[in-house]
Design a protein around this ligand. Structure first.
Ligand code: COA
Length: 322
């Protein structure tokens, strides 16, 4: 049996840090409100001209170095993002050329905040089927470009960043399983009104902005994440007490705490970055994973549960022995 296994992780955060205090000066909000309702203290914002491919490249280089793999050994590149550099070529193609993996399949996955989890699930299936041996899987966003900085209900939430893993074929697990879901029936709760074939306006930023009914999304997110965690444990016959680490999507500390409670996990077994990164959408899980690995918390052999929820709605999980 072939499994896929994470050989190395990497991540990158843009230099510029935007604090809650700066947002107080911009919209009617307070540091206290943001911290109490979301757990966020600060977020990173890409520099002018710094693109999703640029930040992905830094994260990818670090993951390749950690894995001891050269760019030209990679035979699959999948990149989860909702903020690609340009419409086409895909950001995965741009990144593939930068790391020197030309020739292998490379494509983007748009599953909003679940983008990395979807990309990981797809790459795992490529490797299990023998179609790839070494995959670069990235979650990266310059989501700040899609934020309406005058809308206090959304601008306090998001941040930019990139995370990457190198997956390799292995006889030893590895990723035990991934679960991916979507329900396109709730578009009006979380969406951007502008795309390529719909919605351009003459207004600022061509009308491009995240629209979110935060409170309703919150309730669906908690319920849905409960369900996918349950599905994952049941499918793999794992008791919640066997999970060493929860690496959740970093949208809101209250959502993270609710999932941890459901798993009876103390918060010191939960990787939390939302306080410093905000919601980096598709980048949030691989950023948190890289931080957990590099800080020595997640170690080889640990049982790790990762999950994400986002626009679509989409939601997904992965269970692995790191
Ligand atoms: N500063 C101060 N007040 C704010 C505010 C801000 N930045 N944003 C909203 N408010 C106000 C609202 O206008 C509302 O005022 P009202 O009671 O006078 O109408 C009040 O705060 C409560 O708003 P509500 O939306 O009910 O707050 P909440 O507790 O649900 O928290 C979110 C808002 C967005 C933090 C929370 O709903 C959330 O995290 N949602 C899910 C996000 C998510 O997971 N996204 C999906 C994955 S990407």
């Amino acid at each position: 049996m072939i499994y896929s296994r994470i050989l190395g992780t990497g991540s990158y955060l843009p230099e510029r840090i935007l604090t809650n205090a700066e947002l107080e000066a911009r919209v009617q909000t307070t540091d206290e409100w943001i911290r109490e309702r979301t757990g966020i203290r600060q977020r990173h914002i890409a520099a002018e001209g710094e693109t999703t491919c640029d930040i992905s490249f830094h994260a990818a280089q670090r993951a390749l170095e950690a894995a001891g793999v050269q760019g030209n050994e990679i035979d699959l590149v999948i990149l989860g993002t909702t903020s690609p550099d340009i419409v086409f070529p895909s950001t995965a193609c741009l990144l593939q050329h930068r790391i020197g993996a030309n020739g292998c399949p490379a494509f983007d996955v748009n599953a909003a905040c679940s983008g990395f989890m979807y990309a990981l699930g797809i790459a795992d299936k490529f490797i299990r089927s023998g179609s790839a041996k070494k995959a670069l899987v990235v979650g990266a966003e310059t989501i700040s470009r899609v934020v309406d900085w005058n809308d206090r209900t959304t601008c306090v939430l998001f941040g930019d960043g990139a995370g990457a893993v190198v997956l390799g074929a292995s006889e030893e697990a590895g990723i035990l399983g991934t679960h991916m879901h979507a329900d396109g029936g709730h578009r009006e709760l979380l969406y951007t009104p502008v795309g390529i074939s719909a919605g351009f306006t003459d207004g600022p930023n061509h009308g491009l902005a995240i629209h979110m009914s935060g409170n309703e999304v919150f309730k669906v997110a908690v319920k849905t994440l409960d369900a996918v965690v349950e599905e994952t444990l049941t499918t793999h016959g794992i008791d919640k007490s066997q999970i060493d680490w929860l690496i959740p999507h970093q949208a809101n500390l209250r959502i993270i705490t609710a999932t941890a409670k459901r798993l009876d996990m103390p918060m010191d077994r939960v990787i939390v970055t939302v306080d410093r990164h905000g919601n980096t959408s598709a980048a949030s899980v691989p950023l948190a994973l890289d931080e957990a690995v590099r800080s020595g918390r997640v170690k080889r052999g640990d049982m790790v549960l990762m999950e994400a929820f986002g626009g679509g709605f989409t939601w997904a999980s992965a269970l692995m022995r790191y």
